[in-house]
Design a protein around this ligand. Structure first.
Ligand SMILES: [Zn+2]
Length: 328
């Protein structure tokens, strides 16, 4: 009997990169120290969006200006939409090659242009970010510009009469949370997440709304390659969570970023159908909202699903969500 493992990771305090905190991606050893590196002048170009080519080698990196140091492994950051407006040629072993200076998701560095491909520019539709008009007071995000008016931090207390699933001690500053899809996801992949999101929105604790701005969305939804960090042979869904060291108004650590995804190759391998995979999306979204794993197999936050076709978000899952967003 095959069970998919639903994994999640909390990356301790805020690191400088998003997913790079895993594994050994942060190599800083000099590359080919003996090679003489010659560079042409940096040329400014029109700002253009790029991402890393899907088939990029494991040995492809972003570097400092003269290829002195490796900054990050490209394969680990294939979901990032980078912006580049500078390029130069760098001569390595007698041959000039074009490099682009890319920035995105707190990452920056020089990347060989043949490793990059243009990201399709987001369609210029009138995407009005539907700001939900709930009675909820929109707190810290807007207030934080004036440093004197800090939102008071509450001390979270659980109601002894209620049951809860465990939490990560982390939540978003506001219950109005944005999400965005990785630009290459197709409509049927998105539909799977829309139904999962609908399920969380329908419990009326948080309001998840879509934005087209992937890099600045609170929750980033993507498809994950089966060779990604933290993935093993049984992983079908995954979430990567980063938190800040500061507390948000509800009294929890402030969620800094959440990247969640399904591994399509794994879902196919296990013959998971739409409904099954959609259940996994509900679970991963729970992590992105601050929920941890439950020990009760009925909860959606239980790490191995009991019955994905009938299982719904339970009272205990909802209580934890309310607790995390100060809505008890
Ligand atoms: Zn999980």
């Amino acid at each position: 009997m095959k069970h998919n493992k639903l994994l999640y990771f909390i990356l301790g305090t805020l690191a400088t990169t998003l997913l790079g905190t895993f594994g050994t991606a942060h190599s800083t050893q000099p590359v080919q120290a003996k090679t003489k590196v010659q560079t042409t002048q940096i040329v400014k170009t029109k700002p253009t969006k790029y991402w890393v080519k899907p088939n990029v080698s494991n040995k492809a990196y972003a570097y400092t200006a003269k290829l002195g140091k490796k900054l990050f492994k490209l394969k680990t950051h294939q979901k990032v939409v980078f912006t580049s407006q500078y390029q130069r040629k760098i001569k390595v072993s007698g041959k000039y090659q074009t490099y682009r200076y890319v920035k995105g998701n707190n990452l920056k560095g020089w990347v060989k242009s043949s490793y990059l491909t243009k990201a399709s520019s987001p369609t210029a539709t009138t995407t009005t970010t539907t700001t939900p008009t709930t009675t909820e007071t929109t707190t810290s995000v807007t207030n934080s510009s004036s440093s004197s008016t800090t939102t008071p931090v509450k001390t979270p207390v659980k109601d002894p009469a209620k049951s809860y699933t465990p939490d990560q001690g982390v939540s978003w500053a506001s219950s109005n949370i944005t999400y965005a899809f990785y630009p290459k996801m197709n409509n049927s992949e998105k539909a799977l997440w829309y139904s999962a999101i609908q399920e969380w929105n329908s419990v009326n604790v948080v309001n998840l709304s879509e934005t087209s701005d992937y890099n600045n969305a609170n929750i980033k939804i993507t498809n994950v390659a089966s060779n990604s960090d933290g993935v093993d042979a049984h992983t079908v869904g995954i979430s990567y969570i980063q938190r800040a060291t500061t507390r948000n108004p509800a009294g929890f650590y402030a969620m800094k970023s959440a990247v969640i995804g399904i591994l399509p190759e794994q879902a196919i391998k296990f013959n998971f159908d739409y409904a099954y995979t959609q259940f996994i999306a509900v679970h991963e979204m729970g992590h992105a909202l601050g929920l941890a794993h439950s020990t009760d197999e009925n909860d959606v936050m239980y790490p191995n699903e009991k019955d994905p076709y009938t299982q719904k978000i339970t009272e205990a899952d909802i209580n934890t969500l309310k607790y995390l967003y100060n809505k008890q």
